[in-house]
Design a binder for this molecule. Structure first.
Ligand SMILES: Cc1cc2nc3c(=O)[nH]c(=O)nc-3n(C[C@H](O)[C@H](O)[C@H](O)COP(=O)(O)OP(=O)(O)OC[C@H]3O[C@@H](n4cnc5c(N)ncnc54)[C@H](O)[C@@H]3O)c2cc1C
Length: 424
């Protein structure tokens, strides 16, 4: 728990926000800056959600960390906000104005005495997949979630750590910041109203083996491409094909990979077209000889992304082909990826070869078990049908970009404050 909160004396019932992505951060700062106490729950050991993993924002191509940093500063300096990381909610009882919420925090093997010196990592012998880099790299069991993480503190993956039988990190830490016997903690907090902002996760690409996923390390998802392009990603921002670390000369982007497809996700994930335009532009800007081809069913972009689309259409090294890709096959050299597709505008069946393929996989809502909420057939929250005292915002409600998630979260927070009848 954030220490500054221990001394907070106001006995007003707080507003509880579950999910510390951009929607949850927005709700937290909006409510706290209006004068209310806030408890923010995040299951990861860092705040920021999926946005922290993005390379750049469409349509301005700016780094998402600018906006996140502003929110982190507002959270850090606001005594009304208590943050619980590595924490989930296991039970909610009571009624609006007086909910009792049980929080479960994972064992904190590294405590507040951590100075982030990193000595524990140097001696840790066990590796784990790095989910922040979409599994493309590993970290040690003692690790920093990422180099811009907030809070900026090392953590130990208690599920992978060998515990005191190894204990090398205990000797390496000069600050007594490590306790390998720490256990999970439960705590019950009171809340007046609850805002759900648990966001989204990528559709499982293993369902897309017909589009080549799993056949080659060079057939990756849109979120993996975000990490490949990011300066703090696995290749330090240089887009390389993972099979041999060569710079790809030709990249294919396959839109609606599993989306708008009865066998996978029947709906449109809304942001993938803009995300791909952004990634294609980033790639050709980085590689003066690189060529990007986008295979799309429809290009769905809104607002300022329309101007961005015009730039893409005019770009001499970005091709847009209206088509549904039929097959994705590896050639015998194990690097060239062959695509068969029908060019819908000409009606011709075509073949093309690429060095890398990016599948624009869709967005699915994060499950917030054990909290039961009204959801549509795909698991997105039906915000207008939630129980009294509950609100939801961001990608838990529907696939959305950051600007829409922030707008919705601000509106929902005002509603939540008004309905619960808080007095600032
Ligand atoms: C490939 C790709 C690229 C994109 N690029 C852009 C872009 O350039 N510009 C743009 O505007 N949008 C972009 N988006 C969309 C953007 O990612 C979303 O708008 C944004 O992540 C929505 O924020 P959120 O807070 O609703 O959800 P999330 O970012 O998913 O945050 C939810 C948070 O809740 C936490 N959480 C989940 N379950 C629990 C639980 N049970 N208990 C506690 N915490 C929990 C999660 O760990 C996470 O931190 C992109 C999307 C994709 C797929």
């Amino acid at each position: 728990m954030d220490k500054k909160q221990d001394t907070y004396t106001n006995n007003q019932t707080p507003i509880l926000i579950i999910g510390g992505g951009i929607a949850g951060l927005t709700a937290a700062v909006e409510a706290a800056e209006t004068g209310y106490r806030v408890i923010l729950i995040e299951k990861q050991p860092y705040l920021g959600g999926r946005v922290a993993q993005l390379n750049r924002y469409f349509p301005k191509m700016c780094p998402p960390y600018c906006g996140l940093e502003i929110n982190f500063r507002r959270i850090r300096t606001n005594p009304r906000i208590t943050v619980y990381i590595s924490t989930t909610v296991t039970n909610i009882s009571g009624e609006p104005g007086n909910f009792s919420v049980t929080l479960l925090t994972e064992p904190q093997y590294i405590n507040n005495k951590c100075t982030s010196c990193g000595e524990c990592v140097k001696v840790c012998p066990v590796e784990r997949p790095d989910e922040f880099n979409q599994g493309m790299t590993t970290t040690r069991t003692a690790y920093l979630p990422h180099e811009l993480a907030y809070p900026f503190r090392y953590v130990i993956d208690h599920q992978k750590c060998k515990g005191v039988s190894c204990g090398l990190c205990l000797d390496a830490c000069d600050y007594q910041a490590i306790n390998l016997s720490a256990t999970e903690t439960k705590k019950v907090v009171k809340a007046g109203t609850i805002i759900l902002t648990t966001g989204w996760k990528p559709y499982d690409p293993m369902n897309l083996q017909d589009l080549g996923y799993g056949k080659s390390p060079d057939i990756i998802t849109g979120m993996m491409m975000e990490r490949l392009g990011a300066p703090n990603g696995p290749t330090h921002g240089q887009i390389l094909r993972l099979s041999d670390n060569e710079i790809p000369k030709k990249i294919a982007f396959i839109q609606c990979a599993g989306s708008r497809d009865e066998n996978n996700l029947p709906y449109c994930s809304g942001v993938c077209c803009s995300a791909t335009l952004k990634q294609a532009m980033h790639y050709v800007e980085q590689n003066p000889e690189g060529e990007a081809t986008i295979f799309y069913i429809d290009l769905r972009v809104t607002g300022r992304n329309e101007d961005f689309l015009s730039k893409i259409i005019d770009h001499p090294r970005i091709n847009l082909i209206k088509s549904k890709v039929a097959t994705v096959q590896m050639s015998s050299d194990k690097h060239t990826i062959n695509l068969d597709y029908e060019d819908i505008l000409s009606g011709l069946k075509q073949k093309s070869a690429f060095d890398m393929v990016i599948l624009a996989t869709g967005i699915i809502p994060e499950n917030i078990d054990p909290i039961k909420i009204s959801a549509d057939d795909f698991g997105f929250a039906k915000s207008e049908h939630l129980p009294d005292g509950f609100y939801s915002a961001g990608c838990l409600n529907k696939p959305a970009d950051v600007a829409s998630s922030i707008k919705e979260s601000t509106g929902i927070t005002l509603k939540a404050l008004r309905t619960a009848g808080f007095k600032p």
